[in-house]
Write a protein that binds this ligand. Structure first.
Ligand code: SAM
Length: 346
């Protein structure tokens, strides 16, 4: 029987995903050329502070650049096409996969979807990553995103591996063991998996807005014999009692939500932690840690890659927010991922 996770794609789907992954890597020399042209044409130490003005200044300086036009075309095609191509690869394996999908709806994990949940306007219907329909685009979006987009494409862009990064973050929590862990924005369960492997004795709970992502997390847990409790709830309003967890964690949730919601999420993490409990949140590189040109690169790629809240959240000082809501012993380190930790006072 076919495995649920990391499936062998059919030849056509595999070739298409290889093409997408290689195209991402092949764009590196084009980006280098663009950077060289910017350095030739502009004083990069004195680019405008305002990010819109900075973008306009660079657009203007590169208006006749073939490298810049090519970079835009490649990026645009990649962003718009990866969802469809991954869906087509899934369709080819679906007949063989269906019995596995059916079988893994049963097992030790539990899933509570809430059809009455009022989905926040910043999330509902937003075409994140330029995927039509966003996180809940179609019935099998959880599988397509978790197993195909992430494992067959995104993972190949990150030397060292984004799965290894998740494992590293899970291991950065201060204690060697926890009893009750909450993963905020658990999506299809990749970071939840790292938490489960690191803290095998903990009861792990995940909250997530997307029903389709949760369904795949549920199948993943069942396939591995994990008793995760999964809920369709917002990270800023989890509904759990005060003091329900000894660790609250998240991996790359923050850039998916507006800046004011980030503070609400941190406050909710504090509320649901027991006194003395730990928080560890991780996300993208802070703009404050980058030079002006690198910020332009990150900002541009987020804007055209369908990340509506990247700019406002990458500009946040997460340690300051953690302290503001009441965490103590706060630390914030790392370029990617940037990791903020704190403890709820006793
Ligand atoms: C980039 S994914 C996170 C991935 C996951 N933690 C992992 O390691 O793969 C972000 C997830 O956050 C979810 N999300 C966005 N806003 C949320 C919110 N307010 N509450 C809970 N989940 C949210 C999205 O639906 C998406 O599945």
């Amino acid at each position: 029987m076919m495995e649920l996770q990391n499936p062998n794609l059919k030849q056509r789907g595999r070739a298409s995903l290889d093409f997408l992954a290689q195209m991402g890597m092949a764009s590196a020399p084009v980006s280098q050329k663009v950077t060289a042209e910017i350095n030739d044409r502009l004083d990069t130490d004195n680019l405008p502070d305002d990010l819109d003005e900075r973008e306009a200044a660079i657009d203007n300086a590169l208006s006749d650049s073939t490298a810049f036009a090519t970079q835009r075309l490649m990026g645009d095609w990649h962003s718009r096409s990866h969802g469809r191509i991954s869906w087509e690869a899934f369709e080819e394996i679906k007949p063989e996969l269906q019995p596995v999908l059916d079988a893994t709806t049963k097992g030790p994990a539990s899933l509570v979807l809430d059809p009455a949940l009022k989905l926040p306007a910043y999330w509902d219907g937003v075409h994140f990553h330029r995927t039509e329909g966003g996180w809940d685009a179609h019935e099998h979006m959880g599988y397509v995103h978790g197993e195909i987009i992430h494992k067959k494409m995104v993972a190949r862009f990150f030397p060292g591996g984004i799965f290894k990064q998740r494992q590293n973050v899970a291991e950065m929590a201060p204690r060697d063991s926890y009893d009750r862990i909450l993963d905020m924005g658990c999506s299809s369960g990749h970071f939840t998996t790292a938490l489960a492997k690191t803290y095998p004795d903990a009861q792990i709970t995940g909250v997530e807005l997307s029903a389709r992502m949760l369904e795949h997390a549920h199948r993943t847990a069942n396939a591995n014999g994990w008793n995760w409790k999964l809920y369709q709830r917002a990270a800023e309003d989890t509904g759990f009692d005060d003091g329900s967890f000894d660790l609250v964690a998240s991996y790359i949730l923050i850039h998916e939500i507006p800046a004011d919601v980030v503070e609400q999420v941190f406050a909710e993490a504090l509320r649901v932690l027991e006194p003395g409990g730990d928080m560890i949140m991780s996300d993208a590189t802070r703009y404050a840690d980058l030079d002006k040109l690198s910020v332009w690169k990150a900002d541009r790629s987020a804007k055209y890659g369908g990340e509506p809240f990247w700019r406002e959240t990458a500009s946040l000082d997460l340690a300051e927010i953690a302290r503001k809501v009441g965490f103590v012993d706060v630390t914030a380190d790392g370029i990617y991922p940037h990791v903020v930790k704190g403890r709820k006072p006793e």
